[in-house]
Ligand binder design. Structure first.
Ligand code: ATP
Ligand code: MG
Length: 561
C-alpha cells in the first residue's frame, strides 16, 4: 500500500480547504508553500510542515512551492539551501519548477514599501533600538508614538531612498509600518519593516544594505506566488493581523489566508535550530547528519525511511494545541516499515567462539536461509556453517537463572537455520576467569531446526561462521538526551545522555553483507534494524548504524521493568 492509498485522518486544515473548495474560493485553486529560512538543517518538525504543505497540495490537486525565506543574510548560507533541497526531495516531495527565494522579491518589496510611505502608512524612524523598546510599551501598557512618526511623505521617501543608497550606518534608522501604538497586539505597534544592515547576501551579494523584515516579506511573498493557504505554526497567530494588514494596504495580486497549527515537539530531543546549531558547532555530535539528531539528514543516516517519517507525520495529526509526542511513536513507525520491508540476516555483535567438536574438520555447508519469514518474494541466500562459529556473548550463561532459555552448560539450543547444539565444556581465561570459548556437539539429524525424535529446545540463537564472517563496525545509538524535555532546562547541555552511542569495533556479520550498499537496511535477527552508514562505510571498512531496536525497551524501563 502506498501512502496515497491509506485512509487519511481528517484535520481542521483539510476541513477549511475542503470548505473553501466547496464555495469555489480562489477559483478552486489550492496552492501552498514550504518556507524554510536557510539558517540550519531541517528537522523532524519541518518534516511535519513539509508533509502537511506538500500533502495538502497533492490531496487537493494543487501545488506547493519551495521558498527560501532568505532575509537574514548573516545567518544563511548556500550549504543550508542545498541541504534543505536534498532533504525535501529525500522525503519524497517535488516542487517541480517552483523554487523561489524571498530575495528574488527584494526589488518589489522595496517598491511596495514606497507605496506604504506615499500612503502615509510607513515612516522612517531615528529612534535607537533601546528607545524603540521603551516606546513600544508592554502587554499591559500601550506604547507611545515616536517623535518621528509624523514626518512628511516627502521626508520619509527621501530618507528611505538614502537608506537604500547606503548613506546611513547600520541600525541608524529603520522603516516602520504606521499602524497603532496603542494596539493590544504588540505586533501592530508600528513594527519595523526594513533595517539597515551591511551584510553580504548569498544571492544578492552587496546589492542591498537594507533588508526587509520577516513579517513584511512573508505575506507579500505569499501573495506574489498566488498562495491560497499560508500554513504556519502557532507562534505566528499573533502576527496574523500584521500579515493581513500589509496585504490590505498594498495592490498585491491576491490575499492568501494564514492558518496556524501546533508545532511538533518530541520528547528526549530538541527541535530548536539554534540549539541544534550549538550541538554541531560545539562538537557534541559529529555533524548535522549525526544519527542521534532529529535532523532529517540525521534520521536518514540513522536508517529511518522517508515512508516511516511521512507515516509518523500523518499519525500525529494536525491540531491547534501544543502537545509533546513520545519518541516511541516515531520509532514505532520506523519499526513497522522496516519490519515489513527489510531483509533479515544474522550478525553477532559481541562474539563468543563456539567449537563444534563432532563437526568434520574443514567442512563447510551452505544452508539456505530465507530473507523474510512472511515475504517469500524477497528470496533467500546461502549461509555458510562450519566447525567454528560465533554466538552472542549474552546468549550464554555459565550459571543461568531459571528463566534463561539460551545456551548453558549441558543445555541444548537450536542454531537458526542449522542444527541443535549442546554445550559440553566451557573454556575460561585462566587469569580473568572470563568465558572465552565453548565446546559443543551438534546433532546432524536436526538439520533445518527440528529433531526427528520430537525433542524440543526452548532457545533459538543466531550465529555466524567464524572463518567466513565479515568483520564490521557497528554503532549502537540511544537517545541523545537523558531527560524528556531537555529544551526546558536552562543548562540543557548537562542533560545530554553520555551513553548515547556505543561503538562496537568488530562485530561479525554474514559474509553476504560485504556487498551491502550505502544506506541499505537490514534486520539483524534478534538485535534490531541496522543500515550501512552513508558517510563512513568504505569497501574494506563496513560500518552499520543501529536504526532502532526490535522492541521498545524504553517502555519497560520507564515502568520500572
Ligand atoms: P526557528 O527555530 O529559528 O524558529 P523555524 O524552525 O521556524 O526557525 P523555519 O525555517 O522558519 O524554521 O521553518 C520553516 C517552516 O517549518 C515554517 O513554516 C515553520 O512554521 C515550520 N516549522 C518549524 N518548526 C516546526 C515544528 N517543530 N513543527 C512544525 N512545523 C515547524
Ligand atoms: Mg521560522
Amino acid at each position: 500500500m502506498t501512502d496515497n492509498d491509506k485512509p487519511r485522518p481528517s484535520n481542521f486544515i483539510r476541513h477549511i480547504i475542503a470548505e473553501d473548495l466547496r464555495q469555489n474560493k480562489n477559483n478552486g485553486r489550492v496552492h501552498t508553500r514550504f518556507p524554510p529560512e536557510p539558517n540550519g538543517y531541517l528537522h523532524v518538525g519541518h518534516a511535519k510542515s513539509i508533509c502537511l504543505n506538500f500533502g495538502i497540495a497533492a490531496e487537493f490537486n494543487g501545488k506547493c512551492n519551495l521558498r527560501f525565506d532568505d532575509t537574514n543574510p548573516e545567518k544563511e548560507s548556500l550549504e543550508y539551501i542545498e541541504a534543505i533541497m536534498a532533504d525535501v526531495r529525500w522525503l519524497g516531495f517535488d516542487w517541480e519548477d517552483r523554487l523561489y527565494y524571498a530575495s528574488d522579491y527584494f526589488e518589489r518589496l522595496y517598491e511596495y514599501a514606497e507605496i506604504l510611505i506615499r500612503d502615509g502608512k510607513a515612516y522612517v524612524d531615528d529612534l535607537s533600538a533601546d528607545q524603540m523598546r521603551e516606546y513600544r510599551g508592554t502587554l499591559t501598557e500601550p506604547g507611545r508614538e515616536s517623535p518621528y512618526r509624523n514626518r512628511t511623505v516627502e521626508e520619509n521617501l527621501d530618507l528611505f531612498r538614502r537608506m537604500r543608497a547606503g548613506e546611513f550606518g547600520d541600525g541608524a534608522r529603520v522603516l516602520r509600518a504606521r499602524i497603532d501604538m496603542t494596539s493590544p497586539n504588540i505586533n501592530m505597534r508600528d513594527p519595523v519593516i526594513y533595517r539597515i544592515k551591511r551584510a553580504h547576501h548569498h544571492r544578492t551579494g552587496d546589492r542591498w544594505c537594507i533588508y526587509p523584515m520577516y513579517d513584511y516579506t512573508h505575506c507579500i511573498s505569499d501573495a506574489l506566488e498566488s498562495i491560497t493557504h499560508s500554513i504556519c505554526t502557532l507562534e505566528f497567530e499573533d502576527h496574523r493581523p500584521l500579515y493581513d494588514w500589509c496585504l490590505d494596504q498594498l495592490p498585491v495580486p491576491c490575499h492568501p489566508q494564514q492558518i496556524e497549527f501546533a508545532r511538533l515537539n518530541l520528547n528526549y530531543t530538541i527541535t530548536s535550530k539554534r540549539k541544534l546549531n550549538e550541538l554541531v558547532t560545539e562538537g557534541h555530535v559529529s555533524g548535522w547528519d549525526d544519527p542521534r539528531l532529529p535532523t532529517i539528514t540525521g534520521m536518514r543516516r540513522r536508517g529511518y525511511t522517508p515512508a516511516a517519517i511521512r507515516d509518523f507525520c500523518e499519525r500525529i495529526g494536525v491540531t491547534k494545541n501544543d502537545t509533546v509526542i513520545d519518541m516511541s511513536v516515531l520509532e514505532n513507525c520506523v519499526r513497522e516499515d522496516l519490519d515489513r520491508n527489510c531483509k533479515r540476516i544474522m550478525a553477532v555483535l559481541r562474539p563468543l567462539r563456539v567449537v563444534i567438536s563432532n563437526y568434520p574438520d574443514g567442512q563447510i555447508e551452505q544452508l539456505d536461509a530465507p530473507y523474510h519469514p512472511n515475504r517469500p518474494e524477497l528470496g533467500s541466500r546461502p549461509v555458510p556453517f562450519g566447525k567454528v562459529i560465533y554466538i552472542e556473548r549474552d546468549d550464554f550463561m555459565a550459571d543461568p537463572p531459571k528463566k534463561f532459555f539460551r545456551l548453558a552448560p549441558g543445555r541444548e539450543v537450536r542454531l537458526r537455520y542449522a542444527y541443535f547444539i549442546r554445550c559440553d565444556e566451557v573454556i575460561k581465561d585462566n587469569a580473568t576467569g572470563e568465558v572465552i570459548e565453548l565446546r559443543c556437539t551438534y546433532d546432524p539429524a536436526t538439520k533445518g531446526g527440528n529433531a526427528p525424535d520430537g525433542r524440543k529446545v526452548k532457545g533459538t540463537l543466531h550465529w555466524v561462521a567464524a572463518d567466513h564472517a565479515l568483520t564490521a563496525e557497528v554503532r549502537l545509538y540511544d537517545r541523545l538526551f537523558s531527560v524528556p524535555d531537555p529544551g526546558r532546562e536552562a543548562d540543557w547541555r548537562s542533560t545530554l545522555n553520555r551513553n548515547s552511542v556505543e561503538v562496537i569495533k568488530s562485530a561479525r556479520l554474514e559474509p553476504g553483507l560485504a556487498s551491502a550498499l550505502p544506506e541499505e537496511r537490514f534486520q539483524f535477527e534478534r538485535l534490531g534494524y541496522f543500515c550501512v552508514d552513508r558517510r563512513d562505510a568504505a569497501l574494506n571498512h563496513p560500518v552499520f548504524n543501529r536504526t532502532v531496536t526490535l522492541k521498545d525497551s524504553w517502555v519497560k524501563e520507564s515502568q520500572g521493568g
